[in-house]
Design a protein around this ligand. Structure first.
Ligand code: SF4
Length: 225
C-alpha cells in the first residue's frame, strides 16, 4: 500500500485510524464507540492529542473492518468520530456511518476543527457533505485554550454544537460536567473524554510514573480540537 494517501482520497478505500475505543460513556450520551483518525491540518496550541496531528500512516483499515470493531460491543448505541481531523477522511467515515447503521440504530457525533460554514463553502476533501448527512451532532471550530471553560462536551467555548438532526436534540453538550475515563492497555494508557485542566494535569503526573506509556491521548476534538 505504498504511496497511499488517505487524506487525498478522503479515507476511501482505507481509513487511516489513530485509535478505536469500543465502549465509553465519556464522549456523548449512552454507551458509544469512538474512532479517532490520524492526521490533522490544524495545530491548535494546547491540543491534547498531538500524537494524532502528524500526517503519517497509523492503522489502515476498510470501513467494513472499522465497523466490525466499532460494533463489537452489543450495547453501543452511538458512534463518535474525532481525531486528528475527521473531515480530512470524510468519505471513509461516511461509509462507516452508513454501514454501521445497516446493522443497528445509532446516533453519530462528529468533532471538527473546521466551522460548519467552512465545510459547506469550501469542503477540505471528498465526502464532507456525505459525512454531514450522516451526522446528528457536529461540534465545530478549533480548540482555543484561553476559551476552555472546563465544562461541556466541547473543548472551548468558541466551539459550537450543531444539531443536524433531531436524534440528540435534548442533550446538553455545552454545560454538562466533563467526564473522563482512563483505559489501560498492555503498554499505554488512553485518556478518553474531554478533561478539565486539573484532570489532565493529574493524568500526566500519574501516567509518567508508569515505565511505558503512550498517553495522554484523547478523543476530545477541541480539548483536543
Ligand atoms: S485540537 Fe483537534 S483540530 Fe486542533 S490540532 Fe488538535 S486534533 Fe487538530
Amino acid at each position: 500500500m505504498s504511496g497511499y494517501d488517505p487524506w487525498a482520497s478522503g479515507g476511501l478505500p482505507y481509513l487511516n485510524v489513530a485509535h478505536i475505543c469500543p465502549a465509553t460513556r465519556a464522549l456523548g450520551p449512552g454507551l458509544r464507540a469512538v474512532l479517532w483518525v490520524q492526521g490533522c491540518c490544524f495545530r491548535c496550541p494546547g491540543c491534547i492529542a498531538p500524537d494524532w496531528i502528524p500526517r503519517r500512516i497509523a492503522h489502515l483499515m476498510t470501513p467494513e473492518e472499522a465497523v466490525a470493531r466499532l460494533l463489537a460491543h452489543p450495547h453501543v448505541t452511538g458512534l463518535t468520530f474525532s481525531g486528528g481531523e475527521p473531515m480530512l477522511q470524510a468519505a471513509g467515515l461516511a461509509a462507516v456511518a452508513r454501514l454501521a447503521r445497516r446493522q443497528r440504530e445509532l446516533s453519530i457525533i462528529c468533532y471538527t476543527g473546521f466551522t460548519l460554514e467552512q465545510l459547506r463553502a469550501d469542503p477540505p476533501g471528498p465526502g464532507v457533505e456525505d459525512l454531514l448527512q450522516e451526522t446528528d451532532v457536529l461540534i465545530d471550530g478549533p480548540y482555543v485554550a484561553a476559551l476552555n471553560d472546563q465544562r461541556g462536551l466541547r473543548g472551548s467555548a468558541n466551539q459550537r454544537v450543531h444539531y443536524l438532526t433531531d436524534r440528540l436534540r435534548g442533550v446538553d453538550f455545552e454545560h454538562t460536567p466533563r467526564r473522563i475515563e482512563i483505559h489501560l492497555n498492555e503498554d499505554y494508557a488512553l485518556l478518553v473524554g474531554i478533561p478539565t485542566s486539573e484532570q489532565l494535569a493529574a493524568f500526566e503526573r500519574t501516567i509518567v510514573r508508569l515505565p511505558s506509556h503512550r498517553g495522554p491521548s484523547t478523543g476530545a476534538e477541541g480539548s483536543a480540537g
